[in-house]
Each structure stands twice: as C-alpha cells, then as structure tokens.
Design a protein around this ligand. Sequence first.
Ligand SMILES: Cc1cc2nc3c(=O)[nH]c(=O)nc-3n(C[C@H](O)[C@H](O)[C@H](O)COP(=O)(O)O)c2cc1C
Length: 168
Amino acid sequence: MEFLNVLKERYSVRGFENKEVEADKLDKILEAGINAPTGVNFQPFQIFVIDTEENKQLLSEMYPQPWFVEAPIILGVAVKPADAWVRKFDDKNIADMDGTIVMDHMILEATSLGLGTCYIGAFKPEKAKELLNLSDEYEPLLFSPLGYPNAKPRDTPRKSKEELVKFI
Ligand SMILES: Cc1cc2nc3c(=O)[nH]c(=O)nc-3n(C[C@H](O)[C@H](O)[C@H](O)COP(=O)(O)O)c2cc1C
C-alpha cells in the first residue's frame, strides 16, 4: 500500500471479528515497534502483547468497553521516564513522545497488513499497572486492540490545511 494511503486508511476500529491474528503479522507489527526512533536512542519503553482471552477480566476493568475485548490481542506500551532523554533547558522528559511513536509505528504497520487498531488512552492507570505487573518506574502509556475490523469508521473530519499549517 502506498504510504500516504496507509495513513489515510487507518481509523479507530471499535469492533472486531472473532478471528486470530497470524503470528507472522504480529511479528511484523512488533518489528515496526522496536524500530521506532527514540530520543538519543534511549529506548525507554516496553511493549506488551496481551492475550485478551487470558486477561479478559482485568482488561474489562481497565477499559470497560465491550468492543475492546473483542480483539484477540491487546497491545500495550509502557514507558520508563527515568531512562528517557530530558531537555536541559526546561527539564521536559520525552518518555511519552517516545512511547507514542512506538505505538504509532505498530498501528500503522497493522493497518498496512489489513488489521484494525484503536489508540486507547482513557484506561484506568491503576488497573493497567496491575495487568502489566509494572514496577513504580514504569508508566502505562497507551493500549490498542489488534484484530480484524468489524466496525465502520466514525465521521472524524480533519481541520483544513489552512487551519492546521502555518508557513512562516
Ligand atoms: C493518544 C490517543 C488516545 C486515544 N484514546 C482513545 C480512547 O481511550 N478511546 C477511544 O475510543 N478512542 C481513543 N482515541 C481515538 C481518537 O478518538 C480518534 O483517533 C480520533 O477521534 C480520530 O478518529 P480516527 O482515529 O478514526 O481517525 C485516542 C486517540 C489518540 C491519538
């Protein structure tokens, strides 16, 4: 698929078929994730591949939307701010940026393979820490269901280039 088409074809999938994700596809998605760039290449993240069936109770408590647990796999990204680059001028820690790029890489690769995803940020952090068995150094950042889509895109028009882009 042409790359811009991959970007345009991705949408938040909120309904999934009862169908497994092939191991080779999952492997490519993880490959995309671990090849994401991070500040100074510090790689302050951990990717989680969560078996939905095995973890359904906690997943449903963490993000109580029925369609979330329809997907056979949930991907998770946690970050370790203590390992991330910090901008010295204002002490900005970029762990969240690093982790978001990791999830984005995986989501776009999944799209190119015909799979559906949805960025999930509105989860309960305490439940996420319990699910992932995270130490205090790690923060859960984003999740995404991964599976074959069984839902149409919502109407999510973008603002115009004129509004969003400034040439200065
Ligand atoms: C960082 C981030 C977090 C998001 N968290 C959620 C979420 O918790 N639940 C949800 O249903 N959608 C979530 N979304 C999806 C957005 O609502 C969606 O991307 C946006 O409405 C545009 O629609 P589209 O993804 O179909 O293009 C999130 C998106 C982003 C980028």
